[in-house]
Write a new protein. Sequence first.
Length: 399
Amino acid sequence: MTVESTAARKPRRSSTGGGKRAGTKKAAPQKSTEPELVQLLTPEGKRVRNAENAVYDAYVADITAEELRGLYRDMVLTRRFDAEATSLQRQGELGLWASLLGQEAAQIGSGRATREDDYVFPTYREHGVAWCRGVDPTNLLGMFRGVNHGGWDPNTNNFHLYTIVIGSQTLHATGYAMGVAKDGADSAVLAYFGDGASSQGDVAEAFTFSAVYNSPVVFICQNNQWAISEPTEKQTRVPLYQRAQGFGFPGVRVDGNDVLAMLAVTKWALERARSGEGPALIEAFTYRMGAHTTSDDPTKYRRDEEREAWEAKDPILRLRAYLESEGHADEGFFAELEDESEALGKRVREVVRAMPDPGLMAIFENVYADGHALVDEERAQFVAYQASFADAPAGGEGK
């Protein structure tokens, strides 16, 4: 029940060639002792029940067929929305898009574990979590189209705006969780980040503060194994979940392509956070099947064999196999979902293409909370500049 890690691959040879330089000593690479990870549903769609996973299995032991179908629906519709966004970018309708292809289980499983009063701090790829929090998927596209700065009120769904600065949202989440604890509330906070962000100082600071103040925050690292073109072994010599030990709170590695395992472990972590037991780190061991963003070409740094191996562990096909083997879903359900998926794709295309351009003065709004003299001066200059076009004679030539 282990998942092969990129850490098990042999280190790449240096392209500089030559022998060892005198006076230098290269650190010995860590031996690959890949740990067990929490898995409740195998890639073939078989349920795993054993003593090792019992503490987590209890959180999904009574899950109903309807709830399982709901998880499958969430993943299918999220993937369809994501595919439409990628297509829209290729057609010039979006400036950029960060796909979640392959990470649906990590996001839907953890997202569905939250309560309404919990608060979520995402990065810029958590489209599935946004779906679970009730954010209209078309609202996610405004920023990538360049017509707004986010598109939704974070406090309406307790889902913060997307954060482009890598890792900074972990500090925001920790501060919010510290406030929650001081207010005496029993809600919890989720902070998402990737394996690349795990090397940022902000993440280490968030771990320190959350541990010292016993904050009710759950950190979810979606380890898709590639920080753009850099593999995980270029950033760490140990599995990422083990970093939590050094800060004094538990870390768990989960099969990130197993929606049941992600649901169960996140429920466990949120429950202990709400009860005052402090933070936890969940490493969702998954894979980015597509590009980092639509400006990236993964074929330049990734082997086709690696991608194909992970496609065999597809989170959606895995749950479908389980639904079919247990008789929890029939062809009618899948056909109806396909129709719903087509309708979602059509709506996304129509809404995006109809998005109005922002007002010319919108760039000067919300720069400072109380206004600023320099911004006022720049606004006035820009207004005068725009007015000069209206005053120009026909043909654009002044005479």
